[in-house]
Design a protein around this ligand. Sequence first.
Ligand code: SIN
Length: 315
Amino acid sequence: MQSPPSLVVVLGTGGTIAGTAAHAGDNVGYSAAQIGAAQLLAAIPALARQPIEVEQIAQVDSKDMGFAVWRALAAAAERHLARPEVGAIVVTHGTDTAEETAYFLQRVLAPSKPVVLVAAMRPSTSLQADGPQNLLDAMTVAREPGARGVVVVLAGQVHGGLDLRKVHTYRLDAFGSGDAGVLAQVEEGRLRRHRDWPAGVAMGLARLPRDVAQWPVVEIVTSHSESRGVLVRALRDAGVHGIVVAATGNGSLHHALEAALVDAQAAGVAVLRCTRTLGGGLIDAVPPVLPSAGALTPVQARIELMLQLLAKRAA
Ligand code: SIN
């Protein structure tokens, strides 16, 4: 396969990979998003002579990720991907919401070149920081001939952007891909691939209003014992555009919550049902009253519903 163009553009957004702690032995009491992506790269001698450009898009702890950063990130990625000399984008990101950003970027851009999110579980000051190796691995994926789509690299594993979920609070391999399984592994600068690169039809950046206050408001509620529908009614009163419900098991809902959701849907609020279980997807025996998000996780379903509402507005 032909080698891709060699320039890689690194877009910095923050995260633990860019975090610092007061003590090198501290892997949890640190501040995320403290040093720039250029500084992270400069600390890796193996990357010194590689053609890399850096643009700092944001500097956030990814728990605070929001529409404004997403739009700026998607716009920067699209701009750089259109340059013939650019072979790939690498995005430094926090682990906490990487699954949301990856899903968003894949659905909006469905890029024909690789967009590789990379994160770390330990801050840059750690005695055994994982960020530098993860960044090196991300560069390996970025330069892989034939690579495409949004993928995420952590602890030597490559996850498809539509499959990613954070599955552990502390372990270095904190990400999983659910039933899909990891897309590839990076081993000593080589890729061992198990399945195809992410593909799909791009929604397109043009459908996302520049003014992010115009983006639909979609919230998540969970079905649980003694659910009452109070939150659904409050959300409806607050004027949300959509509600994702994390249902029990194969999509069942507490009857009181279900009644409130059916009322909300009848009143014009878009509702999407997914499962709160950690694996599998919804299999409906009969056409459901409340539509199914299939195997999407609640946070993925929220983005999906938001994008569907935006697409409807533009139609
Ligand atoms: C963050 O998500 O920005 C902080 C936590 C992490 O990156 O692991």
